[in-house]
Design a protein around this ligand. Structure first.
Ligand SMILES: Cc1ncc(COP(=O)(O)O)c(C=O)c1O
Length: 385
């Protein structure tokens, strides 16, 4: 036991030395935007609850009603007895929103990515992943035991080169990208990726964790730019703009049926609590009904980037890249002193030398607070970076 503790302590000391040690900070979310932390009340620009739906009265009510009707937990994996009646309703709604034939809901977005990729790609396959894609896509790719290669961020020429060099050696090839990049807030060129995938007869999967509910009129990144890009594998999560918890894949009927039969993270993991599924249904109802509300987070992010003189926001996520870890922590602390919660994001979540404040904008952020934050970022952070 002693060697185990020594091992852990040495690792922690190393993280500490490199300003990379993390700690869980107790955070009490009062409503959509205000949080309490260390006895202080701060306006959060660090939640992924882009539409503030985790706190919406009708959505909380839907979750409570589901607990009363079906209980606190689902009791088993979906393929055993955990498939309560709300699942079919949620999957029908996702299918309609994404305009695919079918949908399957997982326990989380992480579980979805870790489960989907190994069903589609085996030892002989190839997974081509954008270098800035989310960690759980890489986890899924590693679990597939196929060959994993990264292409430079949003670089179609590099991807084409890799396809030209490696396509012929593999029967099945899967390209995976975030639709909205989680730490940079930019969008993937899905139309061009889809054309390239068709040209080389390979499969394309997008992770729309940060797109559903906030871009493309709320339908997500495959609907942005007023066109519908028929990405065959559209994965996402119910934990960001939808305000609840869970992951999903929208795809054709046979693909979804195969995933239900083979995805280990679906088969060997307990179904979601009924309250999560009910909250997601109520949230998607609202998103479908109110595209104007769904457009607000990106509008607010754009107002911020214009005033802060940063590149125009494409999503509710705006990175303020500082570089050094220590300086990023200091900037986060300075903003806390001004009443704002803006979390410092450090390696390995982002590449070395690109530590940043990752700001997220939500429908209910007041315009005057956004202006004040922009002025501080422009004058006290970017001017010194
Ligand atoms: C792009 C992306 N994919 C997947 C996930 C994982 O989703 P979940 O939080 O539902 O596990 C996240 C967020 O954590 C994400 O940002």
């Amino acid at each position: 036991m002693q060697s185990l503790d020594q091992f852990a302590q040495a690792k922690l000391d190393d993280l500490q030395r490199r300003h990379l040690r993390r700690a869980l900070a107790e955070t009490l979310r009062e409503d959509g935007i205000w949080v309490e932390r260390d006895g202080r009340r701060l306006m959060s620009f660090s939640c992924n609850d882009y539409l503030n739906l985790s706190q919406h009265p009708a959505i909380k009510q839907a979750a409570q009603a589901a607990i009363d009707k079906y209980g606190a937990g689902s009791g088993a994996s979906r393929l055993v007895t955990g498939n309560h009646p709300l699942y079919a309703e949620l999957e029908a709604r996702l299918t309609r929103i994404k305009q695919t034939e079918a949908a399957v809901v997982f326990g989380s977005g992480y579980l979805a990515n870790a489960g989907i990729v190994p069903v589609l790609i085996g030892r002989d396959g190839l997974v081509l992943v954008d270098e800035l894609a989310h960690a759980c896509i890489f986890a899924g790719a590693q679990l597939s035991r196929g060959k994993v290669m990264t292409f430079r961020h949003n670089d179609l020429d590099h991807l084409r080169k890799l396809l030209g060099e490696h396509r012929a050696a593999h029967e099945h090839v899967l390209i995976v990208t975030d639709g909205v990049f989680s730490m940079d807030g930019d969008l993937a060129p899905l139309a061009e990726l889809n054309t390239l995938a068709n040209e080389y007869d390979v499969w394309l999967m997008s992770d729309d964790a940060h797109g559903l509910g906030v871009v493309g009129g709320g339908r997500g990144s495959s609907f942005s730019g007023n066109t519908h890009i028929p990405v065959p594998l559209q994965m996402g999560t119910l934990s960001k703009a939808v305000g609840a918890y869970g992951g999903y894949l929208c795809a054709s009927a046979p693909v979804v049926d195969l995933i239900r039969n083979r995805a280990r993270t679906l088969i060997y993991s307990t179904g979601l609590p009924p309250s999560c599924v009910a909250a997601s249904i109520a949230a998607l109802d609202l998103i479908e009904r109110e595209p104007g509300y769904a457009a607000l987070p990106v509008q607010k992010a754009k107002a911020f980037t214009t005033r802060a003189k940063l590149p125009e926001a494409q999503s509710p996520i705006v990175p303020v890249i500082i570089g050094a870890e220590e300086a990023t922590l200091a900037a986060s602390q300075m903003l806390a002193d001004e009443g704002f919660l803006a979390a410092a994001i450090r390696p390995p979540t982002v590449a070395a030398g690109t530590a940043r404040l990752r700001l997220t904008f939500t429908a209910q952020h007041p315009d005057d607070a956004i202006e004040r934050l922009a002025d501080i970022v422009r004058e006290k952070i970017m001017a010194r970076a």
